[in-house]
Design a protein around this ligand. Structure first.
Ligand SMILES: Cc1cc2nc3c(=O)[nH]c(=O)nc-3n(C[C@H](O)[C@H](O)[C@H](O)COP(=O)(O)O)c2cc1C
Length: 187
């Protein structure tokens, strides 16, 4: 064991950000870094983790209509003091449908992570934007309205390769691995 410990906090609606958090934890553990993963939706107000017990913090959120999940927004807003006084590296990632479009990637990467955190008064050190899930199957976490909106948007957006009757995973796992290994270097 490296004796290093990372806290991964995430918010998700459809599961993409959750899957990335799980993959990151797996990669950290492979490198002998301890990883604790918390879905902010499950976090009780009296169980807020003490950031000082960790060497690195990673936060992630899915994007819907340009917005983080409300749990991530609440956590970052409420704990900005603790986050800003944290000594180790702070990472932030988003899962976003538009992140797969080369002409939009850089803007999404900065707007939804660095700039959005800055607007809430929090500084971060390391950030990226990954693609998301577009799940049109029966077992999807997306409701009919989500599916309908997504269908319209994906069909109108050239360069978004999505089949509107199946499970589309637009996450680039090599990108996610590279990002995670880069974060380990910062610990
Ligand atoms: C109704 C709806 C609205 C969405 N709005 C956006 C958006 O504004 N920008 C974007 O990049 N992706 C958008 N997406 C795609 C999501 O970012 C993608 O599904 C991702 O997987 C969300 O992360 P999550 O699965 O962790 O919730 C939208 C998806 C749905 C269903």
């Amino acid at each position: 064991m490296s004796n290093k410990k990372v806290l991964i906090l995430y918010g998700t609606r459809f599961g993409a950000t959750e899957g990335v958090a799980g993959k990151m934890a797996e990669l950290l553990r492979e490198k002998e870094v301890e990883a604790e993963v918390i879905n902010l939706k499950d976090l009780q107000d009296d169980r807020i983790p003490d950031l000082n017990s960790y060497d690195g913090i990673m936060m992630g959120t899915g994007i819907k209509i340009g917005q983080w999940t409300k749990e991530v927004k609440k956590y970052v807003s409420n704990y900005k003091k603790d986050l800003n006084s944290f000594k180790g590296p702070k990472g932030f990632y988003v899962c976003s449908g538009y992140a797969v479009l080369p002409e939009m990637y850089e803007k999404i990467k900065v707007d939804y992570t660095l700039d959005a955190c800055k607007k809430l008064g929090v500084t971060i050190d390391y950030f990226d934007a990954f693609g998301g899930l577009m799940d049109f199957t029966e077992t999807s976490r997306m409701g009919w309205l989500d599916k309908r909106l997504l269908k319209i948007v994906s069909q109108q957006t050239s360069g978004m390769k999505v089949e509107t009757d199946t499970y589309n995973d637009l996450r680039d796992w090599d990108q996610i691995e590279k990002f995670t290994l880069g974060f380990i270097e910062l610990l």
